[in-house]
Structure formats: C-alpha cells, structure tokens
Design a protein around this ligand. Structure first.
Ligand SMILES: Cc1cc2nc3c(=O)[nH]c(=O)nc-3n(C[C@H](O)[C@H](O)[C@H](O)COP(=O)(O)OP(=O)(O)OC[C@H]3O[C@@H](n4cnc5c(N)ncnc54)[C@H](O)[C@@H]3O)c2cc1C
Length: 399
C-alpha cells in the first residue's frame, strides 16, 4: 500500500493529522489554499481531552492564557456591571488560549517533522480540483492557486481537513447543502487592540439581549478578543453591503461604553472573521481512500467550545488507528470513526444548550439565562469575598 497521504488544510485538524500520520509511518503532504500560514485568531478553550490529544501529538510548548487575575462582568442597559459566571467556569476544566497558540504549537512540531526523507511536505497556495478514486490509490488534480498551473498526483490516502466549507467533502461526498445545517446565526470575531476602558486587563465582559450578544474574552499575556453574535433568518443578506455598518446597526443600541469600544475597534481589525454558523452532519466520514476530519467532517461550531479539542483528537486518533491497522486502511478508518463518533454526537447536541449561554434566542430563555447568571454571579462574589476575608483575618494563636 502506498503510504503517502495528501492532507488538505493547514489548520488544527490538518496539522494534527499530519503529525499523527507521520508517527504511523506515512509521508504526509499538506496543501493549503492561503499563500502563507495564518497566525493570531480568536479566543478558544481547550478541554482536557484536547490537552491529552495535544500531549499525545508531542506539543510540549502549547501556550495557555487562563485569565487568573480577571473577573467576568455582565453589562446591563444602564451601563452597570455585575460579576457573572465565566465561560471558563463551565464544567470540564477548560483552558484558555487563542487559535493561533494551538496552530503555532502544531506548526513547531510539523516544522521539526519536515526534515529528512519521508518528512512532512507543505505546499502553500495549492488546492485540489478533482479527486478520482482508483483501486490502489487516489488521483488528485492539484492547482497552484497563484499561477493556475495544474498537475495530477496519486496518494494512498486523501484527508480533507479544509474546514466548514470543505472542497474535499464537496468533491468526494456531495454538495455543501447536503451536510451543512444553518443555525440562523452570524458571528464576528477579532482581537481587540486594548481592553475596554475602566475594566481590568484580564476581565471578560458579556452584554446579551434576545438574539444578540457581545463577548470580550480576557486573556493573560495579551489584549482580549471580541465576539459579536446575532440571530438572523436571512443569512445571504448579511454578506452584502458594508460589514461594519451592518454590525453597528445590530448592536448600536446596547448602550454600554464597552460595547461601543468593541464596535469602534472593528474597522481596525482587517483580519476579523465574519461568517454564518452551521453544523456539519454526515453518516460517514470516509469513502474508500478519502477521509474528512475536523470542521470538514463534523463542525460542532463555536457555541460548542469543543471544535479545537475535536480537531486535535481527530488527528491524534487517526494516527493511532493507522498504527494499529498498518495493512488495512478500511479497518483503520472504521476503528477511528467508531472511537470518535459518540464524542462528536454528544457535543453536537450540547452545542444547542451552550448556544443559549452565548446568546439567548427568545425572551423566556433570556430571562432564565439572566437569572442563572445573576445567582451564579452572586455565589461567585460571596465565595470570593469569603476567601478575601479569610486571607485578611489574623491567624489564630499558636499558628
Ligand atoms: C469565533 C470562533 C470561536 C471558536 N471558539 C472555540 C472554542 O472556544 N473552543 C473550541 O474548541 N473551538 C472553538 N472554535 C472552533 C475551532 O476554531 C474550530 O473547530 C477549529 O479551528 C477547526 O479547525 P479545522 O482545522 O478543522 O478547520 P479550519 O480552522 O477552518 O482550517 C481549515 C484550513 O483549510 C484551508 N482550506 C480551506 N479550503 C481549502 C482548499 N480548498 N484547499 C486547501 N486548503 C483549504 C483553510 O485556509 C484553513 O487553513 C471556534 C470557532 C470560531 C469561528
């Protein structure tokens, strides 16, 4: 069996798969549509399963940014603030970072694996145009995106790690509409140049109304990142006209100066992400010698808070399955999918619940959410005050 694999996409899923495959004795060739590797990015949290996968892939220098000196505040219409539960208080011990931190750690490992015979090859500005499955190999028509020059190459395995609107999925499985479910929601995510005035550098801020919300994620070692999200039934219309003006129109009446600070920062963030929210649901993640991983296969979406964890697990476990079934690709892919599917199915369901945490979609849920936030915030404040009082109290005699 030819053990040379094409991996489409230089994101978290693609680089994880390349490391996993290399360790299973395969020679990975990664192609990436963009002319250069992207850096930076928005806040992501990594769950323990993701940390374990990262350790399994040998990512020793993963930079984490838990905001240990920050408070999470809910902002109300009148410009007041009250402490609240943070995203990182949710069950499961999440760790905070930005997407670029995970990608930088993966890139460090991929760069080390590029050396020598059989090392990982990386080709930028390259896309797949056609995928034809043969008996012993997959023939792929590749295009150099800068020159338009095309050539054919054959691989023992093709891995689509090319994100939500995956070209590999479209070429090998069918049109996007068959697999992408719209959540009637939009997001805009970008790094802020500085924290909102009058807040601590690592504070997080939440301003939510029915159907729209602004989040600022405070982080250690860097300025916060912002996330704007709103519900809409007319997704196509959101991609027309001036984006900044559209977002101003949606959020301008939220009242708090911190929201204005976020909106004012948007025009200075040319690399901001603006997109619609979807989940990807497929009955199978592989067909013959073509397999999908990460958002291309199962996009859990940002509301799940599990996409990074799942993408890392996808690559790490694909490598393990190929090691355990070195001469039977079908058995390896079946074992990989059977191992991951329950995890993905659970978190696709959980994302619906977590969505309400990010942005309540109707008035009743908005009321329930506000009450939970208030109670949890009060409990949090009491425990913080008790801790401070204990720390300030004089030590008992003899201690
Ligand atoms: C705003 C936001 C917040 C998020 N927050 C969290 C969070 O808190 N926790 C969490 O776990 N997850 C979070 N996620 C999800 C997480 O970021 C993704 O699940 C994860 O990055 C997916 O990685 P991926 O490699 O599958 O896809 P992508 O990151 O989309 O990477 C795909 C790569 O493929 C390339 N590509 C695309 N098409 C082609 C082509 N035709 N040819 C060649 N290359 C191509 C792209 O340029 C890109 O480099 C968030 C997502 C968003 C948008």
């Amino acid at each position: 069996m030819q053990k040379r694999a094409l991996i489409v996409g230089l994101g978290i899923a693609g680089m994880s798969a390349a490391i996993g495959l290399r360790e299973a004795g395969w020679t990975p060739v990664i192609i990436e549509r963009a002319p250069r590797r992207r850096t930076g990015g928005y806040f992501v949290n990594l769950m323990p399963e993701g940390m374990d996968a990262a350790a399994g892939l040998g990512l020793d220098d993963l930079h984490t940014r838990d905001p240990l000196r920050g408070t999470t505040w809910v902002l109300n219409r009148r410009g007041h603030r009250r402490p609240a539960l943070s995203w990182l208080d949710l069950p499961g011990r999440p760790t905070a970072m930005v997407r670029g931190d995970v990608e930088a750690a993966l890139w460090g490992k991929v760069a080390a694996l590029r050396q020598g015979e059989g090392g990982v090859e990386v080709r930028l500005a390259t896309v797949p145009v056609e995928i034809v499955e043969g008996d012993d190999a997959v023939e792929v028509l590749l295009e150099d995106a800068s020159s338009g020059i095309r050539h054919r190459e054959s691989f023992g395995l093709v891995i689509g790690a090319d994100g939500l609107r995956s070209t590999v999925r479209r070429l090998a499985f069918g049109p996007h509409e068959r697999f992408m479910t719209s959540w009637n929601a939009m997001i805009c995510a970008f790094p802020l140049p500085a924290q909102a005035p009058s807040f601590g550098a690592q504070d997080s801020l939440i301003s939510a109304r029915t159907g729209r919300a602004v989040w600022v994620f405070g982080l250690a070692d860097r300025a916060p990142t912002a996330l704007l999200t709103y519900c809409t039934k007319d997704i196509d219309a959101q991609f027309t006209g001036d984006r900044t003006e559209r977002l101003r129109a949606v959020f301008h009446d939220m009242g708090h100066p911190a929201v204005r600070h976020v909106l004012d920062a948007l025009p200075q963030a040319p690399d901001h992400l603006f997109d619609s929210v979807h989940q990807v649901k497929m009955d199978r993640w592989s067909t013959g010698r073509v397999v999908l991983t990460g958002d291309a296969a199962w996009c859990l979406n940002l509301f799940s808070g599990m996409g990074t964890t799942a993408a890392l697990r996808g690559g790490a476990e694909l490598g393990r399955a190929l090691r355990e079934h070195p001469d039977d690709l079908g058995a390896a892919l079946a074992a990989w999918e059977a191992g991951l599917r329950p995890f993905v199915a659970t978190h696709q369901r959980m994302a619906r619940v977590k969505h309400q945490w990010f942005v309540p979609t109707n008035r009743v849920l908005a009321g329930v959410r506000a009450l939970v936030m208030r109670l949890a915030g009060n409990a949090r404040r009491s425990s913080t005050e008790a801790r401070l009082l204990r720390a300030a109290a004089p030590a008992p005699d003899g201690v």
